[in-house]
Ligand binder design. Structure first.
Ligand SMILES: *Cc1c(COP(=O)(O)O)cnc(C)c1O
Length: 379
């Protein structure tokens, strides 16, 4: 099956008892047993739920993986991966990480004896001097947030040489644009809250792997720690996934159009979008992604927080909000919103200016979107 067919059909069959074409929401906490311990594979809903099972099968297929494991949020999924580690183990992670992932690794897991190394993984050779027998995970996101840096997944896998698990947070690309397992990664994570759900109406996370032993450990953690999604949320993700390719095609088309317009606009300083030939990761993105995604960042020649704030207060179609990946376009200010926890000088070191604005491009009419933005920038 090709991707566009898998989103509709992989793991999804009409309900055998009723013929319902859509996967039912099994809103139940437990299942009747015919004799003690004798049941149809479903004993208690923390461990197994049929709606969740269909979603896990579907997600595994979208990432060309064998096993999908679902969680109550993207961070709960990351938490489950971190629970694979023992005190003394080490992680090498990219330095411009999603803020919540950074917080979980540093504020919680360092307390349990996990040692973190944050480095710039746009240069894969940075792994070489850090990797050692205690390194258990090499963790990366690509494209990154909010500067849309591109990391060469295959080069990271080559440098790691199976000495640690390579984990890719594939949230920004979605499985439609990028499949890290095909490039040799061991673990893929999604905040399904974003493109997979696609409608800004549910929080959800998932992990996809090929290795059975690893999958069994993650299923064990899913049940033992219990950070599971409810069946209604699983249904909403299944529903969102059915249009993932169509939404993503339109959002990418819109983003490329708006990135080009921003590039030609004299009040703008830099535009960060991997689809621009001037972007330093453009060639790698072209090789490892099917298209360049729908996240854009840009900053202003008048590089102040006030000038950025004025734009964000003057858009009407772009709503000022955290998050991304929904059908509607969003605008945000990393320095005061998603990345406020990072000290100003560290932000500047990473290239994140005071006027940096981040856009999540939706699937509205691209000309309407550009007019809205243009008027706000000129205001
Ligand atoms: C949102 C996000 C997360 C966290 O996911 P939640 O579903 O909000 O817990 C992790 N990684 C990336 C890249 C994200 O954008």
């Amino acid at each position: 099956m090709k991707f566009e067919t898998k989103v509709i059909h992989a793991g999804i069959n009409p309900d055998p008892s009723t013929g319902a074409i859509m996967t039912p929401i099994f809103q139940t906490s437990t299942y009747v047993q015919s004799k003690p311990g004798v049941h149809n594979g479903f004993a208690y809903a923390r461990g197994q739920n049929p709606t969740r099972k269909v979603l896990e099968t579907n997600l595994a297929s979208l990432e060309n993986g064998k096993y999908g494991i679902c969680f109550g949020s993207g961070l709960a999924a990351l938490d489950a991966i971190l629970k694979l580690l023992e005190p003394g183990d080490e992680i090498i992670a990219t330095n411009d990480l999603y803020g919540g992932s950074y917080r979980l690794m540093v504020r919680l897991y360092e307390r349990y004896g996990i040692k973190m190394h944050f480095v710039d993984l746009t240069d894969p050779d940075n792994i070489v001097s850090l990797i050692n027998p205690k390194t258990k995970i090499v963790w990366l996101e690509t494209p990154t947030n909010p500067l849309l840096n591109i990391i060469d997944i295959k080069a990271i896998v080559d440098r790691t040489k199976s000495r640690a698990f390579v984990c890719v947070d594939n949230t920004f690309a979605s499985p439609y644009l990028q499949n890290p397992l095909d490039l040799g990664a061991d673990i893929v994570l999604h905040s399904a809250t974003k493109y997979l759900g696609g409608h800004s109406d549910v929080i959800h996370g998932c992990v996809i792997v090929n290795n059975k032993e690893l999958a069994d450990k993650l299923y064990f953690i899913q049940n033992a720690a219990g950070a599971i999604p409810g069946p209604q949320d699983c249904f909403l993700i299944l529903r969102g996934i059915k249009t993932l390719h169509v939404r993503m095609d339109r959002a990418c088309e819109n983003a490329q159009y708006i990135a080009n317009k921003l590039l030609d606009f004299d009040l703008i300083d830099k535009v960060y979008y991997p689809g621009l030939t001037s972007h330093k990761g453009h060639e790698i993105a072209k090789n490892q992604m099917k298209n360049f995604g729908a996240m854009i960042s840009f900053d202003l020649k008048e590089n102040t927080q006030e000038s950025a704030t004025k734009i964000m207060e003057n858009t009407h179609l772009f709503s000022l909000a955290e998050s991304l990946g929904g059908v509607e376009s969003l605008i945000g200010h990393p320095a005061t919103m998603t990345h406020a926890a990072i000290p100003k000088e560290d932000r500047e070191k990473m290239g994140m200016s005071d006027s940096l604005i981040r856009l999540s491009i939706g699937i509205e009419n691209k000309e309407d979107l550009w007019q809205d933005l243009k008027v706000a920038i000129e205001s």
